[in-house]
Design a protein around this ligand. Structure first.
Ligand code: S3P
Length: 167
């Protein structure tokens, strides 16, 4: 079984996934890292040179491939959940956990980051709110939800373990 972490940028997917693999004896895979490795350039450059549609296609191919593996924690890019084929593939061999955070927390965590092409805009807060609203229904497709705004990484991991015990 795999565990996929989805959720908006800045909700803590990478930190939580890395902690989770340590204590659960699973393997870590980041869709963004795999895409960058495959293309040999950064996500920023992929968006700038080939566009978001091209990126989403790469993302979909990666999800298709890694859904055949077992025992991995998938640190999924924030937009993975929008594509229904991705959701089906990820659920075919595991569960999807959605990390959430309020817009102020997201802004605080993302304000100095330059490697998220969708947030490289003047008014980051407006963009965050716009995307959160657009994506809300998609994120609801996850199996379990944790608001990380006021939680430490360890607390989030504990909640995930509690959820796993009960399924
Ligand atoms: C994206 C989130 C990013 C990355 C890309 C697009 C999104 O991943 O995949 O910049 O559409 O929300 P993180 O959620 O890991 O930041």
């Amino acid at each position: 079984m795999n565990i996929t972490l989805v959720g908006f940028m800045g909700t803590g997917k990478t930190s939580v996934a890395k902690k989770l693999v340590q204590i659960m004896n699973m393997e870590y895979i980041s869709t963004d890292e795999l895409i960058e490795k495959k293309e040999g350039v950064s996500i920023n450059d992929i968006f700038a040179e080939k566009g978001e549609f091209y990126f989403r296609d790469l993302e979909k191919g990666i999800i298709r491939e890694i859904s055949n593996l077992d025992g991995i924690v998938i640190d999924a890019g924030g937009g993975v959940i929008i594509d229904q084929e991705n959701v089906n593939n990820l659920k075919s061999n595991g569960i999807i956990i959605c990390l959430q955070a309020d817009p102020d927390t997201i802004l605080e965590r993302m304000k100095d980051k330059k490697d998220r092409p969708l947030l490289n805009v003047d008014d980051k807060m407006a963009k965050i709110n716009e995307l959160l609203e657009k994506r809300a229904a998609y994120y609801q497709k996850a199996d379990y939800f944790i608001d990380t705004s006021n939680l430490s990484i360890d607390e989030v991991v504990k909640r995930i373990q509690g959820f796993l015990k009960n399924i």
